[in-house]
Structures are given as structure tokens and as C-alpha cells.
Design a protein around this ligand. Structure first.
Ligand SMILES: NC(=O)C1=CN([C@@H]2O[C@H](COP(=O)(O)OP(=O)(O)OC[C@H]3O[C@@H](n4cnc5c(N)ncnc54)[C@H](OP(=O)(O)O)[C@@H]3O)[C@@H](O)[C@H]2O)C=CC1
Ligand SMILES: O=C(O)CCC(=O)C(=O)O
Length: 450
């Protein structure tokens, strides 16, 4: 369909060098071809042209002073992509790889992910190229405060509600919220992922990882399969990876790997979750420390991975849970997984598989849950946090977890029913993209040309 090609070419011409954004946009636009053929109104109202263009992009300078008294300068970003379904909602990422193209891909994915949750949240994302690694607690605080001295004027509980992502957790949210409160002189639910001491929701910390495992469970159930007793591989060792591992244990599976940017752990007896939490959540150590406490486990540094592959996906498993970062799983990794008998991939990370890897998973018809569906439990639980803040109530952990599980089931049902309707029953990429897009597109038409 030339229309879709034209929009994609326009986007490449007008937003140069945004590789990750092109990747995310191309996948969605390709999926939309059969929908647009059936629904010419999307073309008439120029929904595709409008949806690939953020409503607002905020780029700003962040000045702060390090512990040596030297001035440091970083870039800050907030991309308010689409508000058809609710206030902009999406995390903040602090990582040296952050640039406009990365934030734009994340914000774009967020539009459809948030729509799939069935909740009233629009799509946005932000962050900075600030590297939190090796920074003191005081430096983290000063950076977060400096970041907020600009961002505060663009956000609000009914406007734009940030949360965490890579490099941003409860500690950073606390420092940013503190500065926001001081600047606006109001105590309000402007962030999610807050500490339980002052407005956070039980279950938000666990939600993305738990949600990704629930999604795998529902994909597998629909095929008469289950995770019980099965070996699983997990990449990453941050928030999403840790709670993926925890939920895998709850469901009787055996998670045997985790990783960080320097290397990976293989622990055939099962990852020691208490040890991992202590190292990563409390001490903020590297994974090399894990094997010092767990002599039977093996540490493999990145340099020892087979060239051009991610070592995690060379480990034989029944199901894989990519939970680190974008494009961490390439076509060679996908081949390794498939040839070792893996039948399920549930993406906790955003866009962790390259387009060629995704194509192979779809062609082989394995249970493949794309990130925008499989990791939507985090943002969905953020919306539950907003709902509790707005009505000044606190739900129990069990209430939140029950709602999360049901939301993941609904997302799976919606994506698979839509995939079936468009003639490819196992293709959840197609199903998730069409179902998410349709909800936003219909709202955009109903709200007029704004
Ligand atoms: N937190 C949330 O609620 C949600 C997160 N996500 C996505 O999940 C993924 C993980 O996020 P989260 O767990 O919150 O982040 P964390 O910062 O808690 O952890 C990130 C993990 O990924 C590893 N990692 C990051 N970048 C790279 C890289 N370039 N190469 C190899 N490993 C890397 C980190 O290793 P190291 O410490 O060495 O850098 C760390 O183990 C991201 O894609 C994020 O967008 C999706 C939905 C919600
Ligand atoms: O909880 C949120 O608002 C955002 C989570 C997030 O950044 C994501 O879904 O990628």
C-alpha cells in the first residue's frame, strides 16, 4: 500500500538519524496495512501522519554540580506523544545511550501499549543521557533536582505523569517528586512508582516483571502448555528482570540466568533471588559479586559470548524473558533459542528483539509476546496507582496483583482475537499493533482535528 510507504519515507526525511524510532514505527505501520485497507477513514483523517508526530517534544539543558565541585551538563527530554486516551504516561530513562530517537521510539511504543491496557492513559516518555553508574547518592539527588527545575512546568497529575525506566527507580522518583512539590507548592500524584511511604502503590515495583510472566502464562495456556517445572532464561538484572524471576518461581518454573551490561550468570540450580536482590537493589553491585556467594553458579563476561550473540539466549530453555534493553536479541539469538527448543518469548523490555528476530518468531509460530503487550503490566499498575492517589485509598497487594493478572489476560485476549480477525491467529505483533492503534485512532477522530 503506497500510503504507508509514503508516511514512512516522510518520517525518515523529516526526523533524520532516529534509527530506533524508525524501527518501532516501521513495525507498527507494516501491521496497519490490512486495517487501513478495511478502514479508509484513517487515511481520510490523516491519522497515520498525525500519530507518528509527537504532540510536543521538550528538549532541555540540565546543569548540576558533581562531588568534586565541577559543573556537569546533560540533555533532558520529555516527549508528549499522544493524549487521545488520557494524560501522557510513560517512564523516564537515565542512561548514556539516551537521545531523541531512543526517547521517541519509547514514547511511540507507549501510545499503543497504554491503549492496550484499556485504561485512560496517553503515551509519553522522557529521560536524560545522564549516567547514574558510579555516582554518589548526593550526585543522584542533585541531578534529579536539576532535571526537575525544568520538567516540573510541563507535567501534572492530569497532564503528564512520569514514572521510572532504566536507571530510574524509587530513589530517583523520590528526589524528583521532592523538587516538584517544592516548586509547585502542591502535594499531588504527578509521578507513579513512588515509595510506599508517601503515595506509591503496593505491587507497582513488581508489576512489569510479574505482568510479563502472566502474559507468558496466558499465551502458553491457550496452547495447552505451562511454565511449571520448565527452565527459563531471563536477561537483565534490574527491576523487570528481578520480578520476572520472582513470578517464575511462584509459577513453579526454574529461572537459570540473569545478566547485566558486563556479563551473565548461569545458575543451574535456579537464580538465588534473595542474593540477586541484595546485590542489585541494595548494594548496587555488578554480577561478578554473585558467584563469590554462589560457587556452583557460573559468570560469563560479555567478551566470552559467541561473537555477535547474547550469551543468555545460547542457554537451552523452554521460555525466554528479555528484560534488559532494546535490540538485545538478534536473529542469531533467535535461531539459538529455537534450535534449543524454546517455544515462548515474553518481552519485559521495550523492543528487545530485532526485526529479523521478530520475523523468525512469527514465522515459526512460537508463543511470542511483543513488549508493548507483554510488559504493559508496569504502566497499567501505574494507572492503578493514579486511581488510588486520586481517590485517596490504598488497595492491598493482593487486590493490585489480581487486577494486574486480569489486565494481562485482557491484553492477551484482545491481541489474539484481533490477530485472528485479520487472519493470522498466532501473530500477536499484528494483533497488538492493530488493537492498540484502533483505540487511539478512533478517539482521535472523535475528538476532532486538535
Ligand atoms: N521499569 C518498568 O516498569 C518498565 C521497564 N520496561 C523496560 O524494561 C527494560 C528494563 O528496565 P528496568 O528493569 O526498569 O531497568 P533497570 O535500570 O532496573 O535495569 C536495567 C537492566 O538492563 C541492563 N542493561 C541496560 N542497558 C543495557 C545494555 N545496553 N546492554 C546490556 N544490558 C543492559 C542493566 O545492566 P547494567 O546495570 O549493567 O546497565 C540492568 O541489568 C527496559 O527496556 C525498560 O524500558 C518496560 C516497561 C516498564
Ligand atoms: O509506569 C509508567 O508510567 C511507565 C512504564 C514505562 O515506562 C513503560 O511501560 O515502558
Amino acid at each position: 500500500m503506497p500510503y504507508v510507504n509514503e508516511v514512512f519515507n516522510y518520517l525518515k526525511r523529516t526526523s533524520p538519524s532516529q534509527t530506533e524510532f524508525y524501527q518501532a514505527a516501521e513495525e507498527v505501520l507494516e501491521s496497519l496495512r490490512p486495517l487501513i485497507a478495511k478502514h479508509p477513514e484513517y487515511q481520510k483523517y490523516k491519522i497515520i501522519e498525525r500519530i507518528v508526530e509527537p504532540e510536543r517534544q521538550i528538549l532541555f539543558r540540565v546543569n548540576w554540580v558533581d562531588d568534586k565541585g565541577e559543573i556537569q551538563v546533560n540533555k533532558g527530554f520529555r516527549i508528549e506523544f499522544n493524549s487521545a486516551l488520557g494524560p501522557y504516561k510513560g517512564g523516564l530513562r537515565f542512561h548514556p545511550s539516551v537521545n531523541a530517537g531512543v526517547i521517541k521510539f519509547l514514547g511511540f511504543e507507549q501510545i499503543f501499549k497504554n491503549a492496550l491496557t484499556g485504561l485512560q492513559i496517553g503515551g509519553g516518555k522522557g529521560g536524560s543521557d545522564f549516567d547514574p553508574k558510579g555516582k554518589s547518592d548526593n550526585e543522584i539527588m542533585r541531578f534529579c533536582q536539576a532535571f526537575m527545575t525544568e520538567l516540573y512546568r510541563h507535567i501534572g497529575p492530569n497532564t503528564d505523569v512520569p514514572a521510572g525506566d532504566i536507571g530510574v527507580g524509587v530513589r530517583e522518583i523520590g528526589y524528583m517528586f521532592g523538587m516538584y512539590k517544592k516548586l509547585v507548592n502542591r502535594y499531588e500524584g504527578v509521578f507513579t512508582g513512588k515509595s510506599l511511604n508517601w503515595g506509591g502503590s503496593l505491587g507497582r515495583t513488581q508489576a512489569t516483571g510479574y505482568g510479563s510472566v502472566y502474559f507468558a502464562k496466558y499465551m502458553l495456556e491457550s496452547r495447552g502448555e505451562s511454565l511449571e517445572g520448565k527452565k527459563c532464561v531471563v536477561s537483565g538484572s534490574g527491576n523487570v528482570a528481578i520480578y520476572t524471576i520472582e513470578k517464575l518461581y511462584h509459577l513453579g518454573a526454574l529461572p537459570i540466568t540473569c545478566s547485566d551490561s558486563k556479563g551473565m550468570i548461569i545458575d543451574e540450580e535456579g537464580i538465588d533471588l534473595n542474593l540477586l536482590k541484595e546485590l542489585k537493589e541494595v548494594k548496587r553491585e555488578r554480577l561478578t559479586e554473585y558467584v563469590k556467594n554462589r560457587p556452583n553458579a557460573k559468570y560469563i563476561p560479555v567478551e566470552s559470548y559467541e561473537s555477535g550473540t547474547n550469551g543468555v539466549y545460547a542457554v537451552p530453555c523452554y521460555a525466554a524473558f528479555p528484560s534488559a534493553t532494546q535490540n538485545e536479541l538478534n536473529v542469531k539469538d533467535a535461531q539459538n533459542l529455537l534450535s534449543n527448543g524454546c517455544i515462548c518469548v515474553s518481552e519485559g523490555a521495550n523492543m528487545p528483539s530485532t526485526p529479523e528476530a521478530v520475523e523468525l518468531f512469527i514465522e515459526k509460530k512460537i508463543a511470542y509476546g511483543p513488549g508493548k503487550a507483554a510488559n504493559a503490566g508496569g504502566v497499567a499498575t501505574s494507572q492503578l496507582e493514579m486511581a488510588q492517589n486520586a481517590s485517596m485509598v490504598n488497595w492491598t497487594f493482593e487486590e493490585v496483583d489480581e487486577k494486574l493478572s486480569q489486565i494481562m489476560k485482557n491484553i492477551f485476549d484482545t491481541a489474539s482475537q484481533t490477530a485472528e480477525e485479520f487472519g493470522e491467529p498466532t501473530n500477536l505483533v499484528l494483533g497488538a499493533n492493530i488493537a492498540g492503534f484502533k483505540k487511539v485512532a478512533d478517539a482521535m477522530i472523535e475528538q476532532g482535528l486538535v
